[in-house]
Ligand binder design. Structure first.
Ligand code: CO
Length: 287
């Protein structure tokens, strides 16, 4: 097994473990921390903070350090996570409905769309063909794909890189190549099928290494470079550093780090998702 495969196995185990934690009354914060701890216990590191995005929130909702939110009966939970080993990044996601079964069709639409996409992936296939497969399954089920969210290539220390894997037929004639590592992630919604930028998420990334005056800020930058390089990190993960929240705000203002926004569906539609990491020519790695 190469490092991609090892990291993907850890992602899959952590995802399946996390699925079991998604129960009515469970705290978002506990789930995220337990899943992140599981990834480390299995020998990986989180590719990005565990996301727990509920109902109309499509992605990028991750618990804050003192988060008190709990899962409620009927919640549609997107548990998005990934493990990396020495920078070999993998990414996977599963949607769980808490305590009810009212939205099984919506959840199945994303699952079936991912399977349809996986079925067409091979060296030489055009990106628009993958998008068309996703779009066809989701619209046939009576829902919309989210068009401004897409799958992506994964690479060393990088969660999102080329190619962009569309969730609809966008006409992109670019062909997949043998050995590429990609994450495919269809989103299905009963809304219009677009996300907008929401509130700050507490997920950050280092974007511009420039000199700063504050000592505690320099120490945080050194820590971030050492631990995460360009991978997204959680405000939760730096709370042991001096004046952590003040320094985070300072670095954000200085443009050294950016904070990602939450991504709610524009019209408030419910959202389901499913995601796997694949190697083109080899198949799904996160099983
Ligand atoms: Co992804």
């Amino acid at each position: 097994m190469d490092n991609w495969e090892k990291a993907a196995k850890i992602s899959a185990q952590a995802r399946d473990y996390g699925k079991g934690l998604c129960k009515e009354g469970a705290k978002h914060l506990d789930i995220a921390e337990k899943v992140e701890a599981k990834i480390r216990e299995l020998g990986g590191k989180p590719s990005f903070p565990v996301d727990i995005s509920v109902n109309n929130m499509a992605a990028h909702a991750s618990p804050f350090p003192n988060d008190t939110k709990v899962l409620l009966k009927g919640d549609i939970v997107k548990l998005d996570l990934g493990a990396h080993i020495d920078g070999f990044v993998t990414d996977t996601e599963i949607t769980v409905e808490i305590g009810t079964n009212k939205h099984a069709k919506l959840i199945k639409a994303a699952e079936d769309a991912l399977q349809a996409a996986i079925d067409v992936v091979k060296p030489g296939v055009k990106l628009c063909q993958i998008g068309a497969a996703v779009e066809d399954v989701i619209t046939s089920a009576g829902f919309n794909p989210i068009r401004n969210l897409s799958g992506h290539g994964v690479d060393m220390w990088t969660v999102h890189t080329a190619p962009t894997i569309p969730n609809f037929d966008n006409g992109d004639q670019t062909k997949l190549e043998e050995g590429q590592h990609i994450a495919i992630e269809p989103f299905a919604t009963d809304g219009e099928g677009f996300v907008k930028d929401g509130k700050p998420s507490g997920i950050f990334g280092l974007i511009n290494l420039k000199p700063v005056r504050l000592d505690s800020a320099r120490r945080m930058i050194a820590h971030l470079q050492e631990e995460y390089k360009t991978l997204p990190f959680s405000g939760r993960w730096v709370q042991h550093l001096q004046n952590a929240n003040f320094v985070l705000r300072y670095l954000e203002k200085e443009g050294v780090i950016r904070q990602y926004p939450e991504l709610p569906e524009k019209t408030g539609g419910l959202v389901s998702q499913k995601e796997h990491t694949l190697e083109v020519g080899k198949g799904v790695l996160t099983t």
